[in-house]
Design a protein around this ligand. Structure first.
Ligand SMILES: Nc1ncnc2c1ncn2[C@@H]1O[C@H](COP(=O)(O)OP(=O)(O)OP(=O)(O)O)[C@@H](O)[C@H]1O
Ligand SMILES: [Mg+2]
Length: 345
């Protein structure tokens, strides 16, 4: 479907197609989001952000990752104007958030972490009323609502009480609602939390479509696999600071260790073979946990195991690679990485 323009006139603009995004889908023009030295200290003295700087290019699909309490929701709250910043600057497509709040806000669609629509309203009404609140004429809103509900596979539920929707449907309704104002920047705070994998995949498809039609997307997620599937660029945030940022591919390429689980025929001996650079641990009597350099030949492992009389029945990759990266990044000093582009003062 076509993505209507909203930039200058805001959410009340009529629908019209914008030119197709370039193949990379990321333009070098004014960034969709520019954050400089952002700091937030809450009233209780918690320093949730300690100088965060980042750019998200127009057209990007960007992941904000970080452990619980890292500051992700605080950052999203500031960008979507729900939380006041303590220091720093935020621009949405070049519009200063502090000086031109309303103008900046019209460019953003937010899907917050918590479900926050009226459960006693119907999906169609929720969407149309939301658009109306942002000045979209009712006739336009009705057309958009049908489009969005169909995209969210909720059209047949349009006139049912929202309370009766399943958890996954409610999450999709949140996305549909955010799209009603035709935002140029869609921000989602853990949109797929608690959603089963099948529905999550459906939501990924929807988000990819929205991005392909030209909307820049930023999402936070605890499902690292989700970020790996969807996002081109990411920032990892920990304790209020960005510890790593860059293209997903670059960051994944930095991983030089691979982990495997070997299922063993019979029982493992007490003494495991020792190979330089390889860590082997028995996770139980018949499962061997192996960490090895990526450059190393698996044959070396198999040969050593064979010599020790250990027969491998099957093997699987131990963990998601991004997960490994994530754990490593939040356990190492900030300046030890080549891919970091942090510009914080
Ligand atoms: N309204 C608030 N008042 C005081 N402290 C807060 C408030 N909101 C968040 N904090 C604190 O700020 C820090 C960052 O919280 P934030 O919600 O931004 O983290 P997060 O990365 O979104 O975590 P999660 O993954 O658990 O959602 C935490 O220490 C949190 O307790
Ligand atoms: Mg959060």
């Amino acid at each position: 479907m076509t993505q209507p323009t909203a930039p200058a006139t805001g959410p009340s603009s009529a629908t019209a197609g914008i030119p197709a995004a370039p193949s990379s889908n990321v333009s070098a023009s004014v960034p969709a989001l520019r954050v400089r030295d952002l700091r937030k200290t809450y009233d209780n003295k918690v320093q949730a952000l300690k100088g965060v700087s980042l750019d998200v290019a127009e057209g990007d699909f960007f992941a904000l990752l970080g452990p619980n309490g890292a500051g992700k929701s605080t950052m999203i709250g500031i960008v979507s104007s729900l939380v006041n910043l303590s220091e720093g600057a935020v621009e949405i497509f070049g519009t200063d958030l502090i000086r031109h709040r309303d103008q900046a806000m019209r460019l953003i669609g937010l899907v917050p972490q918590e479900l926050n629509f009226n459960m006693f309203e119907k999906p169609l009404d929720i969407l149309v009323n939301y658009a109306g609140f942002y000045g979209v004429p009712r006739a336009v809103a009705l057309v958009r609502a049908e489009e969005e509900l169909k995209r969210a596979q909720l059209w047949e539920k349009a006139n049912m009480m929202s309370r009766t929707l399943s958890g996954g449907m409610k999450r999709r309704l949140m996305i549909a609602r955010a799209m009603m104002t035709r935002p140029r920047l869609l921000i989602l705070d853990e949109p797929t939390a608690g959603v089963d994998i099948e529905i999550r995949r459906g939501m990924w498809k929807t988000l990819r479509e929205i991005n392909a039609a030209g909307t820049t997307i930023i999402l936070t997620t605890h499902y690292l696999e989700e970020a790996e599937h969807l996002c081109r660029n990411l920032a990892i945030i920990d304790q209020g600071r960005i510890v790593q940022q860059g293209p997903m591919k670059t960051l994944l390429a930095m991983l030089d260790v691979e982990g495997f689980l070997f299922d063993i025929d019979g029982t493992l001996p007490a003494a495991l073979p020792s190979i330089e650079g390889v860590t082997m641990l028995a996770s139980d009597d018949h499962t061997l946990d192996v960490d090895m350099p990526r450059a190393m030949d698996l044959n070396r492992i198999f040969a050593a195991l064979g010599q020790a009389g250990i027969r491998v029945r099957s093997m699987r990759t131990k963990s998601n690679r991004l997960e490994e990266l994530f754990v490593r990044m939040i356990n190492q000093p900030i300046d030890s990485s080549a891919a970091s582009t942090e510009t914080a003062a």
